[in-house]
Design a protein. Structure first.
Length: 60
């Protein structure tokens, strides 16, 4: 418990404050990505509607 009090009451430089804040924010973003549910699945492609498929007869 005394280690926590020493950590909190420490004199922080501006660089240490920025580093600690950015580390906490980035850790929160990573944890959020890991625990977030996938809404519509994962798709690779542009889905532009091009569904034309040519058969053997139409190619010749």
């Amino acid at each position: 418990m005394s280690m926590l009090k020493d950590f909190i009451s420490k004199d922080w430089t501006r660089g240490e404050k920025v580093l600690l804040a950015s580390t906490c924010i980035l850790a929160g973003i990573i944890v959020g990505f890991l625990i977030a549910p996938i809404k519509k699945g994962i798709q690779c492609g542009n889905n532009n509607g091009n569904t034309t498929v040519y058969g053997e007869e139409e190619r010749e």
